[in-house]
Design a protein around this ligand. Structure first.
Ligand code: BGP
Length: 482
């Protein structure tokens, strides 16, 4: 924290860490659990790219007591994790799996026994595969009713122990990377309207979940979790500034306005309509969406983004994203492009990690202030972190000063935003322990706790404390004073 500031984090601030079910649990088909769409997607990732499957991941299912003990040793006040629908209701609807439910009871009990507040995400990309087979998953509106039954069960079950609920993880990112986050059959992949249709169904499910928390959980608080990148214009040329505004409206505002105003961002919706991409909205949908009020917003922030003007001169095709699959800087295979609206591009003013994600702590201060100014609700950092190739030394250490540096600067930036009046209630970096990345296998690591395995070989998944573990422990003990 800069020397001239007197800011300190409030008492009770929730220093935490994050994971998601399919990325950390493993036991993909054990004790009654059936496949989720992520089990299927990641089998394909293994075949085609050599990334680990979701079968074992970090084997948290069998190591959770050890993991919670390590979290307690770090001094965590909160743990944000998701529950796997396919572990609890293996066929997506109907019969409940008692062993699946028991696992989450044991986990929640263990957390509370260690004084760690559970922050539960209802859905983190892992729809039961049975629902994909039955009706195409999120493509069908039927999923909203089935999600309601699942959410009602889980919320009722944990209502006395879990106060903080988050609904659906990163709808914004699901739209951009839909084949990674949802199973989309080959023949539908050109139909980009479906991205927004899926998102519309998720908006309905989100509203349903908000209403359920308010109905069932005394004093409960609920919000969505958005994958959020502030978007800077490449230059101060007015066309670039306009392009950055367009990108903001379509990639950020389009979600936030739903959560807090119950309406689609007009500019983004007009753009989608013009290109035949707008969702079909049925009578009553917008009323349901508006009824599901959020108490806070969960934010996942890794990197800022940059946009420039993109003329609609007939030479450019619409493109939806770019990704770096190798971890070699510069291997990103393109940028999202919407001719006539915006084109994403590299920002020459920031450094990047090995997967070409910008490293920009100031972006966190900027977005916290911007979002709070627009919507006025408390904010919770549900993910923030640095993916890196960590190395386990022969004597069992992992030296990750780059991660400490990244997190320290982001915490400092969060502190500055709070000093300017933004109420942030939790900071849960990604990730508590190493886990399966959504796009790059297990070699891209984020955790405070190293999990000894490779993409090919799960080994025994032994845990090791990284240097960042000790650093975070100290930081929490000082309540964030840097
Ligand atoms: C977010 C997701 C997480 C997570 C993280 C890092 O989008 O909510 O599930 O994995 O990003 O991304 P990746 O795993 O692709 O490096």
């Amino acid at each position: 924290m800069a020397a001239d500031r007197t800011f300190s984090f409030p008492e009770g601030f929730l220093w935490g860490a994050s994971t998601s079910a399919y990325q950390v649990e493993g036991a993909a088909l054990e004790d009654g659990k059936k496949a989720s769409q992520q089990d299927i997607i990641n089998q394909d990732n293994y075949r085609t790219r050599g990334f680990a499957t979701a079968e074992v991941t970090s084997d948290h299912y069998h190591h959770f007591r050890e993991d919670v003990a390590l979290m307690a040793e770090m001094g965590l006040k909160a743990y944000r994790f998701s529950m796997a629908w396919s572990r609890i209701i293996p066929n997506g609807t109907g019969e409940v799996n008692p062993k699946g439910l028991q696992f989450y009871h044991d986990l929640v009990d263990e957390l509370l026994a260690h004084g760690i507040e559970p922050i539960v995400t209802l859905y983190h990309y892992d729809l039961p595969w049975a629902l994909v087979e039955r009706y195409g998953g999120w493509i069908s509106r039927q999923v909203v009713d089935d999600f309601e039954a699942y959410a009602r069960l889980v919320i009722s079950e944990f209502k006395d122990q879990v106060k903080y609920w988050t609904t659906i993880n990163e709808q914004s990112i699901i739209v951009q990377y839909w084949t990674q986050k949802c199973f989309i059959p080959e023949e539908l992949r050109e139909n980009n309207q479906l991205r927004y249709q899926i998102n519309h169904h998720m908006n309905l499910a989100h509203a349903v979940a908000c209403n359920l928390v308010h109905e069932l959980v005394p004093g409960g608080m609920v919000g969505s979790v958005i994958g959020y990148s502030p978007i800077y214009p490449l230059t101060s040329r007015p066309e670039d500034v306009m392009a950055a505004q367009n990108a903001h409206d379509l990639r950020n505002g389009y979600y936030l306005d739903i959560y807090f105003k119950g309406a689609y961002t007009v500019s983004a919706l007009s753009y989608l309509k013009r290109h035949g991409l707008a969702p079909v909205i049925e009578p009553g949908d917008m009323e349901l969406i508006a009824s599901g009020t959020s108490d806070f917003l969960g934010i996942n922030y890794y990197a800022s983004e940059c946009a420039k003007a993109c003329p609609d001169d007939g030479t450019r095709e619409m493109r939806w994203n770019g990704v770096n699959l190798t971890g070699k800087k510069g291997d990103i295979n393109g940028f999202e492009t919407h001719p006539g609206f915006y084109e994403m591009c590299e920002n020459p003013n920031v450094d990047t990690n090995d997967w070409d994600w910008a490293i920009d702590p100031t972006g966190l201060e900027y977005l916290l202030r911007d979002i709070y100014m627009r919507y006025g609700k408390p904010l919770m950092i549900c993910e923030n972190g640095l993916g890196a190739f960590d190395e386990l030394t022969p004597d069992g250490h992992v030296h990750d000063p780059y991660r400490i540096d990244y997190l320290e600067k982001h915490i400092e930036a969060m502190g500055r935003a709070m000093d300017y009046g933004v109420p942030v209630i939790a900071y849960c970096p990604w990730s508590a322990l190493d886990l399966l990345s959504t796009s790059n296998g297990v070699k891209k690591r984020y955790g405070f706790i190293y999990v000894d395995r490779t993409d090919d070989d799960p080994r025994e998944c032994r845990r090791y404390r990284k240097d960042s573990f000790a650093w975070y422990k100290d930081l929490i003990a000082r309540n964030g004073q840097l």
